[in-house]
Design a protein around this ligand. Structure first.
Ligand SMILES: [Zn+2]
Length: 209
């Protein structure tokens, strides 16, 4: 299969249809092919489940009958075209999502919506840096409450000072996001609208046993 043009993401549900992860298209197809996952096809508010073969047949039918949706994406193989699923369900995995969102560069930039938390400019990830609000040199920790995205200019201006000393103001108070912040960025795009069925707050605020 060719995946070059595919940078999309697939929402992964557990066996009880609770969102637990986001996978690459390649990984999603691997899971389907190994029959450990099914496609969850959302149309008009109802769900249909398909194994790999069944999904291939549905795709073929759509492709041959001109029923291809504008927002859909397709993968070409040597012998057939198959639609990229937006949501899959793991058949035997019944655990719930991690209760804490891991603090890493990608999640941090997503939480702050790739926006400098001092001047408010939006930048590509490559041009953003991480700022410790209370600098490490003053005993600040690397926690959700103490790190923010900053543009190079603001980061330089702030140096190893607190915002107060540097005369700068945070546009909002940093904290741990309630769920994987990358989802918020994805949901802005029409192709991920089907994810909304599985992402209401009840799923993400469920008390873990
Ligand atoms: Zn800035």
């Amino acid at each position: 299969m060719s995946y070059q043009s595919l940078h999309s993401s697939v929402l992964v549900l557990n066996s009880s249809l609770v969102a637990v992860d986001i996978a690459s298209v390649k990984r999603a197809f691997c899971l389907l092919f190994k029959a450990v996952a099914q496609v969850v096809d959302v149309s008009d508010g109802s769900f249909e489940f398909h194994g790999f073969e069944s999904w291939r047949e549905v795709s073929e039918f759509k492709w041959e009958n001109g029923l291809v949706d504008n927002d859909s994406e397709w993968v070409s193989t040597v012998s057939y075209e198959i639609e990229v699923p937006r949501v899959i369900r793991l058949l035997t995995y019944d655990k719930y999502p991690e209760s804490h969102v891991s603090l890493n560069r990608r999640n941090l930039f997503a939480r702050d919506e790739k926006t400098c938390q001092y001047c408010g400019c939006e930048l590509p990830m490559s041009e953003l840096s991480i700022d410790h609000v209370i600098p490490l040199s003053m005993g600040g920790k690397t926690t959700w409450e103490n790190v923010v995205c900053a543009c190079t200019e603001c980061n330089k201006k702030k140096g190893s000072m607190t915002p107060q000393i540097a005369g700068m103001k945070l546009i909002r108070r940093p904290g741990e996001p309630l769920r994987n912040p990358q989802i918020k960025l994805k949901l802005r795009r029409k192709k991920y609208y089907s994810w909304k069925h599985f992402l209401n707050d009840a799923y993400w605020s469920v008390e873990l046993q």
